[in-house]
Design a protein around this ligand. Structure first.
Ligand SMILES: Cc1ncc(COP(=O)(O)O)c(C=O)c1O
Length: 397
């Protein structure tokens, strides 16, 4: 059979990470390449308890079709939570429950982007959303990320030089893949620049609650007075990724369009898990759970960074994340990280080469992403030791 693949999908390559993910099944492989939350953070007992309760008390509600907009009590809970914790006002904004943060990006692109339109993106950025944008025929234009967030001079150049820019894609807190957090000053500047050039912002914030050091910074959405920012969040990293639940906040004017987009895609998100989330957020110790989760990641991140400081060649640089799940290491400028990562895999440890997160994957990257949330302490120590030895061989050959 000869299949004609659609224009939208023919150029989209599968995620390198999901391919590498298969390597994690090898019990001898040390996995720094994934992005999974640590299983010890899952509130397993509480989920079991709530599931039994809702299935007993109200089975029909949780097994029947639900509203496309989401389970109303969960939407209200999240609005209050975001108002209190993130400073997001709901006077002119609406919130829909979606099937993960990935779907928030999908729906926003479906509603706002035509083939050939430009999406500006932090470079590097999360491959899942970059591929979503590509699947709608968007042209990606990368803007480099610095230690305090996106380079705003380059952002202004990109805003000036490109026509039909639909939105800027940014992950301001504990960015995936770099672990970098955008400063409050830059958030303001980014918002003002997008105002000046009349461009929307898609702010992706799945890690926002996972800060384990430094001062908290409000999201760009908290500055939004003209409906410019579409804000997305996720339950994947604070509850469990298999729930496939997230939320998207946008100006009320877009409610109809976003709801229809959701209906076209999957009708509604899982009702049972929405009930579980709402019950957990309202009647259990969510604050305590987040505090424990942060502590797990603070400890694991410190361990990985301390080992990297001791073991990596001094020419390998890396940032110090204040939250989230990732740190990105950089070989010296001009040294391609891809063969380095491949050699690491041969020696039993895998990371993700920076090129996987590039707006233009034809340009080699010297970075590689390391995840500290899933490997055990022993694996972190052993894996960094392997990479450290490799870095000396690689950079001194
Ligand atoms: C930056 C970023 N955005 C969105 C997502 C999608 O998350 P989910 O669809 O599980 O909510 C991820 C997942 O790793 C991510 O890192």
């Amino acid at each position: 059979m000869q299949y004609n693949i659609s224009d939208n999908m023919s150029d989209v390559k599968g995620s390198i990470i999901r391919e590498l993910f298969k390597l994690a099944k090898d019990p001898n492989m040390i996995a720094f390449g994934g992005g999974n939350p640590s299983p010890e953070t899952f509130p397993v007992e509480e989920i079991a308890e709530i599931t039994a309760k809702v299935l007993k008390e109200d089975p029909v509600s949780v097994l029947q079709y639900g509203l496309s907009e989401g389970y109303t009590p969960l939407r209200e809970t999240m609005k209050k939570h975001l108002e209190k914790v993130e400073g997001i006002s709901f006077e002119n904004n609406e919130l829909l429950i979606v099937s993960g943060g990935q779907q928030a990006a999908d729906l926003a692109t479906k509603v706002l982007v035509n083939r050939g339109d430009v999406i500006l993106t932090e470079d590097p950025a999360f491959i899942g959303c970059l591929n979503t944008f590509r699947s709608y025929g968007a042209k990606l234009v990368g803007v480099p990320v610095e230690s305090d967030g996106i380079n705003v001079e380059k952002l202004e150049e990109a805003l000036k030089e490109n026509e039909n820019v639909r939105f800027l894609y940014t992950i301001p807190s504990f960015q995936n893949p770099t672990g970098i957090t955008m400063s409050a000053e830059k958030r303001k500047k980014v918002y003002e620049l997008c105002q000046k050039y009349d461009v929307l912002i898609f702010e992706d914030n799945p890690y926002g609650e996972l800060r384990f050091s430094g001062e908290s910074v409000k999201p760009i959405k908290a500055l939004d007075t003209d409906g410019r920012v579409i804000y997305s969040g996720s339950f994947s990293k604070v509850m469990a990724p298999a729930f496939r639940l997230g939320f998207v906040v946008f100006d009320k004017e877009l409610t109809g369009r976003m709801t229809v987009a959701k209906q076209c895609t999957d009708v509604h998100s899982t009702v049972l898990f929405q009930h579980i989330c709402n019950e957990y957020l309202t009647n259990y110790d969510y604050g305590g759970h987040i505090a424990k989760t942060r502590e797990v990641y603070r400890r694991k991140c410190d361990l990985m960074l301390n080992e990297m400081e001791k073991k990596m060649h001094p020419k390998v640089s890396f940032n110090r994340p204040e939250g989230g799940l990732f740190v990105m290491a950089f070989l010296p400028e001009g040294v391609d990280s891809f063969p380095f990562v491949q050699e690491g895999i041969k020696r039993g440890v895998y990371c993700v080469p920076g090129v996987a997160f590039s707006a233009d994957p034809s340009v080699p990257s010297n970075g590689f992403r390391m995840n500290y949330s899933t490997p055990s302490d022993e694996q972190i120590i052993k894996g960094v030791d392997i990479l450290g030895k490799l870095s000396y061989e690689w950079l001194e050959k």
